[in-house]
Design a protein. Structure first.
Length: 238
C-alpha cells in the first residue's frame, strides 16, 4: 500500500481526491489538511509515500511548502494554474495534475508513483552474493554515489584511484583494484594491471584485447589464462 497525504484549501477538492484514492486498491489515505502549517505538523507524525499538493494555498504556496520539507516524499502537484508546471517539475515532481482532475488522469499519476516505488524498492534491496541487482556505494570526495554492479562496465586503475566506468558516467574513488577483489561479483575479472572488466559488457575477445560497446581494453599476459578460465565458468553457470 502506498500512503498518500492531501493538501488543498478547497474542501471539495480534498473530497474528490479522497474518493479517487479510495477507488485505487494500492493507495491509502493517511491524512489531509487545508492549511500548509497544519499539514506540516501532521506530516511530522506520519510517514507517507506521496503528497498531493495544491500550489495556491493560504499563507504559503505549495512550491514554497515543499521546498521547506527536510526529507520530502514524492510530490504530485494539483492546481488550476498550468503556468506553474515548470516550477513544479524543477522540484522533480512526479506529476502535475491540472484541475478539474479526472479519475483517469489521477489513476495514471498513481500508476507512475507505484512504478517508481517498485523500482526504488528493487534498487534498495539488501545485496545478495553476486546478484545482478547488487548495489555498491562509491565515495568520491565528499559525495557518495550509488551504483548497480550490473551497470559498471569496467574498473580502471589511475595511480591511487579507481575509476568506475558505466555507460553514462565515471566515478573516481580513492582505492585500489586489489581492495575491491573480495567484494566484486563473479562476472568481474582482472584482465590487466590497470583494468578489471565486467563479462556482462564484453562483446568480443581476442588474445590481446577485449571489446566493449564503446572501447577496447588490453589483456595482459599475466591475466590471460585467468580470463579464459573465468569465461568458461561464466558460460557453465549461464
Amino acid at each position: 500500500m502506498l500512503k498518500a497525504f492531501l493538501i488543498d484549501d478547497e474542501p471539495k477538492a480534498l473530497q474528490l481526491l479522497a474518493n479517487y484514492i479510495e477507488r485505487i486498491p494500492f493507495m491509502e489515505l493517511e491524512g489531509e489538511a487545508r492549511d500548509p502549517m497544519v499539514a506540516l505538523e501532521k506530516l511530522q507524525k506520519v510517514d507517507v509515500d506521496v503528497i498531493f499538493l495544491d500550489i495556491n494555498l493560504p499563507n504559503l504556496s505549495g512550491i514554497e511548502f515543499y521546498k521547506s520539507l527536510d526529507r520530502p516524499p514524492a510530490v504530485i502537484f494539483t492546481t488550476a494554474y498550468p503556468e506553474f508546471a515548470v516550477q513544479g517539475f524543477e522540484l522533480e515532481a512526479l506529476d502535475y495534475l491540472v484541475k478539474p482532475i479526472t479519475f483517469t488522469r489521477f489513476l495514471k499519476a498513481c500508476n507512475r508513483l507505484a512504478k517508481n516505488a517498485k523500482k526504488e524498492k528493487e534498487q534498495d534491496a539488501p545485496p545478495g552474493n553476486h546478484a545482478l541487482t547488487d548495489l555498491v556505494y562509491v565515495k568520491s570526495g565528499p559525495v557518495m554515489h550509488k551504483l548497480l554492479w550490473q551497470d559498471i562496465q569496467y574498473l580502471e586503475k589511475d595511480e591511487n584511484y579507481v575509476i568506475y566506468h558505466t555507460q553514462d558516467k565515471k566515478v573516481l574513488s580513492r582505492q585500489s583494484l586489489s581492495d575491491l577483489e573480495h567484494i566484486l561479483p563473479s562476472y568481474f575479472v582482472r584482465i590487466h594491471k590497470s583494468y578489471t572488466v565486467s563479462l556482462l559488457h564484453v562483446q568480443t575477445m581476442e588474445r590481446e584485447q577485449v571489446a566493449l560497446s564503446n572501447c577496447r581494453l588490453p589483456v595482459g599476459n599475466t591475466y590471460r589464462q585467468q580470463l579464459q578460465e573465468r569465461v568458461r565458468k561464466f558460460q557453465q553457470k549461464g
